[in-house]
Design a protein around this ligand. Sequence first.
Ligand code: ACO
Length: 379
Amino acid sequence: MADKPARGLADVVAASTALSDIDGHAGRLSYRGYDINELTGNATFEEVSYLLQRGTQPNPAELDGYLAEFAAGRVIGPLAAADLSGIAARQQPMEALRSLVSLASADDPDARSNESAANLRKAARLTAQQPVLIASYQAARTGREPTAPDPGLGTAANFLLQLSGEKPEPRAAEILDACLVLHADHTMNASTFAARVCAATLSDMHSAVVAALGTLKGTLHGGANEQVMLGLEAIRASGGDPLEATGRQVAERLRQGEKIMGFGHRVYKTEDPRAAHLRKMSAELGAATGDDTYYRMSRRMEEVVFAEKGLYPNVDFYAATVYHYLGIPTDLFTPVFSASRMAGWTAHVIEQHADNRLIRPDSEYIGESGLSWVPLGAR
Ligand code: ACO
C-alpha cells in the first residue's frame, strides 16, 4: 500500500532543476544563480530568457543572434492566422492561447523533434510568438488590423505597440519588461510541473506548453491576477470611500472564510520578492496616471489581509494594478503572465528532455475493494 500523499504535493521535491531557486523563508528568488533583485532593471527579458533557455548570460554576439531569432519569431503561422477570427469570437483569452499555440505547432518546422538544437530554436520561437498571439487576438476581437512589430523594439515595447497600435512611452515599456523578467520562471509551480510531466513522456515542446497554459489559467495560479483587478473594480463600484470600502469588505470576506486573490503562497513564508518590485511599479504608475486609487486600495487590502491572516501579497497582486495602469485589458493579464513564463516553461522542457525519466507518481487508494460485478442481464 502506498504512503499517505502530501496534500497538493506540498513540500514534495518533484524534480532537480538548475533554472531557478526559491528561499521561501528569506523571500529570495534567483534564476541560474542570479538574484531576481539584481536582474530586475538590469537585465532585459530577452537576456533573462536566453539565460534560462541557453544556460548563461549572453555575450553581445550571442544576444544579437538571439534577438534576430526573436525578430523572426514575431509572426503567426498560416494555420493559426486562418483560425484567429473564429477563435477570437468564441474563446476567452487563455482558451484562445491554448488553441493558437497548439495550431502554431503545425507551422513550426521543428515541431516533432525533441533534439536539443530543435528544442532551443522552438523555445526562442515560442517565447517570441506568445506576445504576438495575445496582441493579434486583441486586434481580431476588436475588429482592428494587426499592427506589425517594430524591429527596433524589444519584446515588451513591441507587445504594447501591437496591443494598442501605438508606440508606448519608453518608461511603460521598461516597466513591462521588468514585469516579464519577474515572471519568467519560478521552480516547480503548477504550470511548470504540468509542462514537465508532459515533456517527460517524450511528448514535444508545443504539447508541454499547451498543458502549462491550461494549468496557468486557473484562479489559484496565474488566473489570480485578473481576479485581483475584478475584485478591486467591484469594491470601487460599490460606492462610498474606496479605502474604507476596501477595509470593510475584505475583512468581512475573510471572516466568512473566503480567499482573497493575490495573497498567500505555497513556498514563500514571507514577502514574495517579486511583489516588492511590483508594488513600487504600481505606486509609480498610479501617481503618473493622476489616479492612484487602485494602488491605495491595494495597500489597504494588504494591511487588512496581513492583520487578519498574516498573509503577504504574491506576484499576482500588484501585477494586476501595474497591468491596469499600463492600459492592458483585464482579461489579458493572465495571457501577459504566459508571455513571460513561456521562457521558463520552454527552458524546463529542454532540461527535462536532456535528462529524462517518466514522471509517474503513485496514489493512495481510498475506494472500495473486493466488490463482485453482477452483469446487468444476470440480475
Ligand atoms: N486568502 C485568505 N486565506 C488564505 C489565502 C488567501 N488568499 N491563501 C491561503 N489562505 C488560508 C487558507 O484558507 C487556509 O486556511 P485554513 O488553514 O484556516 O483553512 C490556509 O491559508 C492555507 O491555505 P491553502 O490554500 O491550503 O494553502 P496552499 O499552499 O495550498 O495555497 C495558494 C497556496 C493556492 C496560492 C493560496 O494561498 C491561494 O489560494 N491564494 C489565492 C489565489 C492566488 O493568489 N493564487 C496565485 C498564487 S501565485 C501564482 O500562482 C503565480
